[in-house]
Structure formats: C-alpha cells, structure tokens
Design a binder for this molecule. Sequence first.
Ligand SMILES: [Zn+2]
Length: 270
Amino acid sequence: MPELPEVETIRRGLAPRLTGRRILRVDLNRPDLRFAFGDGFAPALTGQTILGVDRRAKYLLIALAGGGVLLSHLGMTGRYSFDPEPKTHDHVVLHLNDGVRLVYSDTRRFGFMELIAPGELAQNRFLAGLGIEPLGNELSGAHLAHKFAGRRTPLKAALLDQRVIAGLGNIYVCEALFRAKLSPRRLTGTVKGARAEKLSQAIRGVLQDAIAAGGSTLRDYAAADGKLGYFQHGFDVYDREGQPCKKCKKTIARIVQSGRSSFFCPRCQR
Ligand SMILES: [Zn+2]
C-alpha cells in the first residue's frame, strides 16, 4: 500500500505534467473503483483546467479552475502513468490538451476518486476529521505531548490514529519509533518533553528521507514516471524480524498490535 512518502513522490511526478493542462475528454472503463463514480463525474471534469496537484495525508487533491477538487486515493494498488498505449487495466483516462493521456489503473480497485464541489473541501467526508500533516509546521513535540497527555493506549496505536497525525502508516511509524528510541508498547501518556520532541523530529526525518529516496517500493507501487523507489533497502526495523539491530546487534522483534505488525529493537527502544 502506498504510504505518505510514495503519495508525495507521485504528487511531485504529476504536478509539472498536469498543472495548466486542460482535460479534453474523460474515459471511464468501469462504473466504479471502490466507490461508484456517479453519472456527473466525467462531464464535470471535462473541459476543466488543472490549477495544481496538492496532497493531504494520503489523498491527492487535483485543483480545478472551476473551483472543484478531484480527490484521488490510491488504495492498495492504484497507480498513475502517462502510457500512450491503451491497456486492459486502464480504469480512468484523462486526455489532456497537450496530447498526453493520464492513466489511472488499479488492479485490486481499493482506490477511489471523488469530485469535491467548490467550497466543500473542508467538509469533505474523507478530509474533515484528519489530524495534522506530519510534514507540516504544526508537528512538534509540544503538539504531540498535548495530544498524548493522559492516554493509556500503546504509543504505536496513538501514532496510527489518523485523527492525531494524518497519513502516517505502519512502516514509517515503526521506523520513527526506532529513531526516537521508543518502544511501540510504551504508554502514550508518558511521551512528553524531550521524548516528544525527539519523536516529532524522528517522524519528520523518516518521511523526508523516504521522499528523498523516491518513496519506498513495496508491491505494485511505481512513481508517476514509472521509476521505482528504493527506500525499503534503508529500513532499520520494518520487515527485519530476526535480523540484527543496525545499532546494537540485538535481534529485531515483531509483535502484533491492533492487527498490525510492529518491528522494533527490544534493547534500543524503551
Ligand atoms: Zn538495537
């Protein structure tokens, strides 16, 4: 599943190719992805000029000159490409006025698109309840300590809570906890002061490093230009159960928390 750094990498690949282009035609090769497109979807996009490509958490937000926004979530296997040749799994094709075909394909179809009407971005059902952007200015030790105060849940669960920090997924939570030397089992309410500050810096750092590496490539992910990322070779703990810790050589452990695997070093992380 693409995580935030992958989505940001895709955004950076799409933005220069889409900004200022007009959508001449929209081909929908199915009535739905995870959700139905609805009858008005293609007509409302047709003729629109694209003003820019933004991101909120793991949602791509394609701003349109008419004031609306095309929201796109990649689900598990969604990808964008500029393939000029039609393929079987081309689910959505935007024909742009410079002759480019922007293709969205999604073999498992957990992704979705929704056209948000002008002025309704803030109230959108997917965006309204989201917490702060982990790459934005609001992320700080003080903010985390405030949100965590009094909470008795494991720290891992608090970091995956999208109402606290939006767009942070399992891989980067594991990696950030290793960098901050905090156990995924630690009680959330104990993270304050210097610990909270270190954690906020670890979250930002691990995401920035992943973006700099072009996003991680796990199954079925490719950046918009088709190039594969390679950050997974740099993971410190994620998917490294049984291997030695890169810092202390102790064996990396895996536990299951809220149905997700947590990978951590039992010696470095307390
Ligand atoms: Zn260690």
